[in-house]
Design a protein around this ligand. Structure first.
Ligand SMILES: Cc1cc2nc3c(=O)[nH]c(=O)nc-3n(C[C@H](O)[C@H](O)[C@H](O)COP(=O)(O)O)c2cc1C
Ligand code: SF4
Ligand code: SF4
Length: 288
């Protein structure tokens, strides 16, 4: 039996963190497998993915769901995948929820992931939040958490690996971490319950290419985690409905010609540099 990692990582920090955590488990003799849905059209583009999940995940003794936090919530693609997991009927399997975030507010992400995974018949035994570079600030003068994850995050992952192995070995019972996942102050939890990711981001999903400047280099095609771009008739174009854009800004950061129009970047620049970006304390932690 194996531990399966499900990962979505537009800018790579969640993937690195998940790989780190997986190595820690493997060093303790646990067999692991990883499904990375980033740029994977079988997951990103298809409406019904329950069957794909069923065959890809297979038999497992623990599930680790890894995603970044966007607008205080679990990123929407991973939340959708959680809700499409094949429902467990025979015996509940322990699950771990792992988020990386820019340190600003994790609020309801672990809580809503816990709720989702519980509804599919798993036991959410712990939530892990890991501070990482705030990727929206990657090309800003003032970058948030540029050096993270660091040593502290390694310690948090090591603590989590210890707990996971104890549950797998039957030394500790698999207990639902429901209460522990409600760690954010109540006003913030309330605010982000009202303000969904779509409410915060929806109106900015208007990424476009300035064709006067675009040199056709294709960097945006390679960088986009949800495959919004393609080269059609020798021209790089947006090929998906703008609503599928997650505003990750990877296209913007990678376009050296400055041809990407990204309406949310300037909003983020203002929000993250005028005192709005108060960092959480602790920045990285295990909740169980
Ligand atoms: C559109 C967008 C929204 C984000 N919203 C938040 C947020 O609300 N709070 C936060 O602390 N970090 C936020 N971040 C930062 C990411 O959660 C963080 O950089 C994460 O580690 C990215 O993971 P990845 O490298 O796997 O994509 C946001 C990043 C993007 C691109
Ligand atoms: S990265 Fe910029 S210049 Fe290159 S193809 Fe995309 S939009 Fe055009
Ligand atoms: S179009 Fe740009 S901002 Fe939107 S998902 Fe793709 S890379 Fe991210």
């Amino acid at each position: 039996m194996k531990v399966v990692f499900l990962v979505f990582s537009p800018s790579g920090h969640t993937l690195l963190t998940a790989q780190n955590f997986m190595n820690m488990l493997e060093n303790k003799g646990v067999s692991c497998d990883m499904i990375n849905i980033t740029k994977n059209d079988n997951y990103i583009q298809k409406e019904d993915i329950t069957h794909t999940l069923y065959s890809d995940i297979g038999e497992h003794c623990m599930l680790v769901v890894c995603a970044p936090i966007y607008a205080g919530h679990c990123e929407q693609n991973m939340l959708r995948i959680i809700h499409m997991l094949p429902k467990r009927k025979n015996g509940r399997i322990p699950a771990i929820l792992l988020v990386t975030y820019g340190g600003v507010h994790s609020s309801v992400a672990l809580e809503e992931m816990g709720k989702g995974i519980r509804s599919r018949g798993y036991i959410p035994i712990m939530g892990i939040k890991i501070a990482a570079e705030h990727t929206l600030t990657a090309t800003f003068k003032k970058r948030i958490n540029r050096q993270l994850p660091g040593e502290k995050e390694q310690q948090v992952l090591a603590e989590a690996a210890e707990i996971a192995v104890n549950v797998l070995n039957g030394k500790t019972d698999a207990v639902d971490a429901k209460k522990a996942l409600e760690y954010a102050p109540f006003p913030k939890r309330l605010m982000f319950r009202i303000l969904s990711q779509e409410k915060i981001h929806g109106k900015y999903k208007k990424v476009a290419i300035n064709s006067q400047i675009c040199n056709g280099c294709g960097q945006c095609i390679r960088a986009c985690p949800v495959n919004m771009f393609a080269c059609v008739d020798n021209k790089v174009q947006l090929i998906r409905n703008p609503g599928h854009c997650i505003l990750c800004a990877e296209c913007y950061h990678h376009c050296s010609a400055g041809a990407i129009i990204h309406p949310y970047i300037e909003v983020a620049r203002k929000r993250l540099s005028d005192g709005f970006a108060e960092l959480e304390n602790p920045q990285s932690a295990v909740y169980h």
